[in-house]
Design a protein around this ligand. Sequence first.
Ligand code: KG4
Ligand code: ZN
Length: 342
Amino acid sequence: DLPTPVMAIESSCDDTACAIVRADGEILAETTLSQSGHVPFGGVVPEIAARAHLAALPGLVRDTLARAGLRPRDLGAIAASCGPGLIGGLIVGADMGKGMAIALDRPFIAVNHIEAHALSPRLPGVAGNGAPFPYLLLLVSGGHCQCIAVEGVGHYRRLGGTIDDAAGEAFDKVAKMLGLGWPGGPAVERLALEGDPHAIALPRPLMGRAGCDFSFSGLKTAVAQKLPAEVRTALPRPLAADIAAGFQQAVSDIVIDRLGHALDMMERPTTLVVAGGVAANGVLRARLRAFAHEHNLPFAAPPLRLCTDNAVMVAWAAIETMRARRAAGLPIPDDIALRPRP
Ligand code: KG4
Ligand code: ZN
């Protein structure tokens, strides 16, 4: 008897997304728009992002309702990502959601964006075993890079995270140095196919150290040092490919090493889960699958559209939160605090 279906809005970075999800996890409709206005700048520009969310959201909400064959009054609750993220976009999405909730007299659920990523493998059909608690989550995207012990709804333990760049950010910066477009991850992966991952020696910062923090800044600097100014203007493709392959290999080695430590830092997890845009990387995915197999752990990687920023995960986190609160005899939350930082 939860107030569903839930309509959720995601606008914390450069994806504008809306989804409607039923209490049983059935997705009635989902739409995601990736903003293209950032491409000429080689990275997300907060002001452009906020304006683009504002321009896109009303149409997106209407469109998502139409696809689900629902009217606004059929919605049970409204949710939105309320941080961490870029504050301008968060305000646009939360304000739109809260406005709808007021007009419809429904609860508004403020969802933590990291929590939404963290609970995404529990969406029915994503992980073969349903990802029972506790599980180990590797979240690797352009903005986040951390290992989280997911122990229950609302119970997350950050085991470690990056002390400088996020993994996706490192991919994007290396892509820029190699003269590839943005976002850089897919371009680096494609070029790496032509390269030898062992041709160029690159460091693996923090590897072997205690804990499961990450650092990519030294790796990025090492890549820059392999590219003297005279080479950069006319980079031979074989050299660029070797660097791309070597970099991707180094990132994968680092991630696997860190995960080994993360495993030791928590009660035996039921599942290894990866989420975030970098989870699209085929080399990394294969290494993660092998790592999980080696440790006798089921491995779950949500399909890509649920790995990158999306509104389905936001709706699902709202549903899990409402269910957990009901079970604890607590009221459904109705909140609006925005938190730009985690
Ligand atoms: O989760 P996401 O869509 O957005 C956030 O950052 O929240 O992740 C985007 C990041 C970008 O840095 C992009 O370069 C990286 O994920 N990425 C990849 C690949 N596809 C996307 N990195 C490595 N290999 C890929 N195939
Ligand atoms: Zn995200």
